[in-house]
Design a protein around this ligand. Structure first.
Ligand code: AKG
Length: 254
């Protein structure tokens, strides 16, 4: 019932269908990985120092709107291996929904068990409306707050029912070396683990949605003008600047 750490996208796609998640070996060069990690750690530290950091749950930190905070992130949201898997899950014309980092800090509490498509009222369709990717910037271990999940729960097609105690369903930690990427179905039950070590666990969550689902982040109002201006066609499409069939048009027919 566990996904295999692989560099084969076909194997990953099968794991996604069967278990609701898959694990890719680091798809970028060691240099690109170090630049990505270094930039995220710098931004996170700067936000703690200038008082703008979003701190929560007794030790955790979120760093939002990464596209405004470094060119490294512009490359990262359109990684080709992740794009292939997202297209598999969400179909052509899928969008970037948001990009942010979650840092599970020492002493940080676990997150409640949930599936990411919280915005969708039941009944859910028998496919994912959204999907997420977790770029592990440190080794993820059971002790340092690795994401925990319920393998196969995407097939239940609903949120955990807290009134029936499903918030306490047994979960497994997804442990993998730094650089690995976990892609997971928006219906999969998961949570951040508790970090009982003395060192933070850094992860970037690039979150995507079908072309007709509203994005979590409003890039048209929130993205810095210079980022939008330099975005190449692939990134512009992900941000929602292109129409999806007859949706998203500027002035009548495309
Ligand atoms: O940080 C993690 O391990 C998971 C975060 C998560 O579940 C979420 O942001 O919805």
């Amino acid at each position: 019932m566990r996904a295999t750490l692989t560099n084969d996208v076909e194997t990953a796609a099968r794991d996604l269908a069967d278990h609701g998640y898959c694990l890719l070996e680091c798809p970028i060069s060691p240099g690109a990985f170090e630049r990505l990690r270094g930039r995220l750690l710098d931004v996170a530290e700067q936000e703690r120092e200038d008082g703008s950091a979003f701190l929560y749950d007794g030790g955790n930190q979120r760093v939002f709107s990464l596209l405004n905070k470094g060119e490294e992130f512009e490359e990262n949201v359109r990684d080709p291996s992740v794009m292939r898997l997202m297209e598999e899950l969400l179909g052509v014309g899928f969008l970037l929904s948001s990009t942010h980092a979650n840092i599970a800090g020492p002493g940080g509490a676990p997150m409640h068990l949930h599936a990411d498509q919280t915005f969708a009222r039941p009944p859910w369709p028998p496919y994912a409306l959204v999907a997420n990717s977790m770029w592990m910037l440190d080794d993820f271990t059971a002790e340092n707050g690795a994401t925990r999940l319920v393998p196969g729960s995407h097939l239940l097609g609903r949120q955990p029912d807290y009134e029936r105690g499903e918030g306490n369903t047994a979960t497994v930690p997804v442990c993998a070396p730094a650089g690995s990427v976990m892609v997971f179905d928006g219906r999969l039950w998961h949570q951040t683990g508790a970090n009982t070590t003395g060192r933070p666990r850094h992860g970037i969550l690039n979150y995507y949605c079908r072309g007709y689902v509203r994005q979590q982040q409003n890039f048209f109002t929130g993205l810095k003008e210079e980022v939008a201006a330099r975005a190449e066609p692939g990134l512009r499409r992900l941000l929602g600047y292109e129409n999806y069939f007859s949706l998203g048009m500027t002035d009548g027919l495309p």
